[in-house]
Design a protein around this ligand. Structure first.
Ligand code: DX5
Ligand code: ZN
Length: 225
């Protein structure tokens, strides 16, 4: 398979989160969103410890890889990202985002991810200050700002958390992607793009709609005109 790369910065990407999709029809869900022109899909990985919810592990990702050539953006909401990262890479993810809240030596882990030939991302929860990632953010390929409390889809957008995007963008400049995750819909998408986000994760706003393609197009129109 051709190596999939994170889209180069400079474009706004809608990044559908499978959390609100039909997990019994994941292969089909990824096929449908690709028809809407998305380049990536956001895989929410939860362990029931870091967040009070459970989702999928490497075996499911590996099977999904056989059905999709989208860029797999794995958001690890797990206590031990270092322990499981190799299994997710083997399963076919192209990017791993881990939470600063569980990693004491983030720069070292970013290097480990790069050495596995994938791109790396760091994430901050709504209550975590940007200062916590100030030094390592420039080492990443994408920085993720949570705008809901990690763990569940369909929650209300937290505006004070979104304001941190502006600071993150100032720190990383134009050459690193800034991703936002939580409560993104046609109303909040233009707000976060205004703050400097270029990669918009959306679960409920896409997969709660019967017509996923129309929902993706509506999001794109809302933030890009
Ligand atoms: C929540 C996940 C999100 C979630 C977003 O912890 O990280 O990716 O799917 O869902 P929405 O877009 O529904 O807020
Ligand atoms: Zn996520």
């Amino acid at each position: 398979m051709v190596k999939l790369r994170l889209p180069k910065p400079g474009t706004i990407e809608i990044n559908p989160s499978i959390l609100s999709s039909d997990f019994a029809a994941l292969a089909n869900e990824t096929t449908v969103i690709k028809q809407a022109g998305v380049k990536m899909v956001h895989l929410d990985i939860m362990d029931g410890h870091f967040v009070p919810n459970l989702t999928i592990g490497p075996p499911v990702v590996a099977k999904l890889r056989l059905h999709s050539n989208l860029f797999f953006d794995a958001h690890l909401m797990i206590c031990e990202p270092r322990k499981y990262a190799p299994a997710f890479v083997k399963a076919g993810v192209n990017h791993i985002t881990f939470h600063i809240e569980v990693e004491k030596r983030p720069a070292e882990f970013i290097k480990i991810l790069h050495d596995m030939d994938i791109t790396a991302g760091i994430c901050i929860n709504p209550e975590t200050p940007v200062k916590a990632i100030e030094k390592v953010a420039p080492l990443c390929d994408m920085v993720l700002v949570m705008t809901v409390h990690s763990g569940f889809g369909g929650q209300k957008f937290i505006h004070y958390a979104a304001k941190k995007i502006h600071t993150v963008r100032k720190i990383v400049g134009p050459d690193i992607r800034v991703e936002v995750d939580g409560g993104i819909d046609v109303k909040t998408a233009p707000i976060v793009v205004g703050y400097g986000a270029d990669t918009l994760v959306a679960g409920h706003a896409i997969f709660s709609k019967k017509d996923r393609i129309a929902a993706i197009k509506a999001l794109r129109k809302a933030c890009c005109g």
